[in-house]
Ligand binder design. Structure first.
Ligand SMILES: Nc1nc2c(ncn2[C@@H]2O[C@H](COP(=O)(O)OP(=O)(O)OP(=O)(O)O)[C@@H](O)[C@H]2O)c(=O)[nH]1
Ligand SMILES: [Mg+2]
Length: 421
């Protein structure tokens, strides 16, 4: 039997405009976590009540709704303090879950790699630690289900200091994985191929785009669910001019992404985001596209990546009608309009990536004396991407794609070879 859930939207009067959209997003999050929404209430306030977040009248109303609908869980669309949770649970007599705990729960279900699992566990324990009072062991643990997956009841029995110990252990393990990966990454960078990161709000079609760019060969899981992707996937993609780039698809962003999650996923996010070019994807068919873009920009700022070169894509244009499309194009003249479903605009998107990369990644032609080509060629291959190579009499001509820095090093090397020969 699916868990019956009542949603509660809460916001200050100043936030009234975004509450409805945020609540319908919460609805999808609950479904993603495996719950069934049987009712929704909301309240706008001029200030939050310290003890229960919402007013006493609303608390009673929620309790009535819970009994009328046979709900077991109430999900609040914002973060609730441990004390508020305790008060709300005893007044409403239901499991109280906040937005953060719901998102953590979905991440726990989605994590596949060992690193992903460690990161989620770290985030969950950091969330739990301040809540490890009697209240936490109350209603929530009797009911089970949404918000209680993950480290599980057994670990909840741990005393605070065991949890603190586990948290530092997880941090060390993640640090080890990270240094191993940085080593691999350095090795990969020895054959430099430009790195491109697909960034965007959850469900905008990032994984579908990676699949489309690789003509379906990427086999990345794409689904009409929030947070379908958690662990990063990288694929080599050929750019129109013939050179290659590595495109990485990773976890989607969401407004008010829990800070515990950002902290835990920081290494993954930072690494995904530290690219030569960001492909920032928006959903052209969503009425929320601009609010979502703002949340993405905010997260990029938190990760210190706001200054990286960007190409903005509006995906799912197949769902737009003529006027809708013209309106969006008018408002975003620099964006590229694409559809992972129909294939429209994909080539233009890769051309835009190539143009952006070409500011740092130069296209150059060199000629090596055939006598020395063998020893030089291996050095060239380590520092650049060889696009083509042919022999002209006693010389070898190569077309290269390489960074400014490597181009300067290469010129010096060539000059000294000339002097020596
Ligand atoms: N009509 C249409 N649907 C699309 C297009 N691109 C993706 N979708 C659908 O949008 C949904 C989400 O796609 P995903 O590729 O999983 O999105 P994502 O950005 O990777 O999502 P997360 O991994 O959850 O962050 C899926 O149901 C896709 O089939 C498109 O161009 N047109
Ligand atoms: Mg995805």
């Amino acid at each position: 039997m699916t868990e019956k859930v009542i949603l509660v939207g809460v916001g200050l009067k100043s936030e009234a405009a975004v509450m409805a959209a945020s609540l319908s997003e919460l609805h999808r999050l609950v479904e993603t976590a495996g719950g069934e929404v049987v009712g929704a209430l909301s309240q706008t306030l001029s200030r939050y009540h310290p003890g229960t977040l919402i007013g006493a009248g609303k608390v009673t109303e929620i309790g009535d709704e819970v009994r009328a609908r046979h709900a077991v869980t109430v999900v609040f669309d914002r973060e609730i303090s441990p004390a508020q949770q305790k008060n709300l649970e005893s007044a409403i007599q239901a499991k109280i879950v906040d937005r953060t705990r719901l998102i953590l729960d979905i991440f726990a279900k989605r994590a596949r790699t060992s690193e992903g699992r460690l990161q989620v566990e770290l985030a969950q324990l950091s969330y739990m630690l301040p809540r490890l009072t009697g209240a936490w062991r109350g209603f929530s643990q009797q009911v089970g289900g949404i918000g209680t997956r993950g480290p599980g009841e057994r670990k909840l029995e741990y005393e605070r200091r065991h949890i603190s110990y586990r948290i530092s252990h997880l941090r060390r393990q993640l640090e080890d994985i990270r240094s191993a990966r940085l080593l691999r990454r350095e090795r990969r960078l020895a054959v430099p191929v430009p790195q491109v990161a697909l960034i965007g709000y959850t469900n905008v079609g990032k994984s579908s785009l990676l699949n489309a760019f690789t003509r379906g060969a990427a086999g990345v899981y794409a689904d009409d669910k929030l947070f379908a992707t958690l662990d990063p996937t990288s694929r080599r993609v050929r750019l129109p001019e013939g050179s290659w780039a590595v495109i990485t698809d990773t976890v989607g962003f969401i407004r008010r992404l829990p800070t515990t999650l950002i902290a835990a996923f920081r290494a993954t996010l930072e690494e995904a985001v530290m690219a030569d070019c960001l492909l920032v994807v928006a959903d052209a068919s969503s009425s929320e596209a601009e609010a979502q873009q703002a949340a993405v920009a905010e997260t990029l700022r938190e990760l210190g990546a706001e200054g990286l070169p960007q190409v903005v894509l509006f995906n799912k244009v197949d769902l737009l009608d003529g006027p809708g499309r013209r309106d969006l194009e008018g408002r975003h003249p620099d964006a590229v309009f694409v559809s992972a479903a129909s294939g429209e605009g994909l080539c233009a998107a890769l051309t835009a990536v190539q143009d952006t990369l070409s500011r740092r990644w130069l296209l150059r032609e060199i000629e090596l004396p055939a006598a020395r080509a063998f020893s030089l060629a291996s050095w060239v291959r380590q520092s650049s991407q060889v696009l083509s190579q042919n022999a002209v009499q006693d010389r070898i001509r190569m077309r290269l794609r390489l960074t400014q820095e490597n181009w300067e090093r290469l010129q010096k090397k060539l000059a000294s070879t000339k002097r020596n020969s």
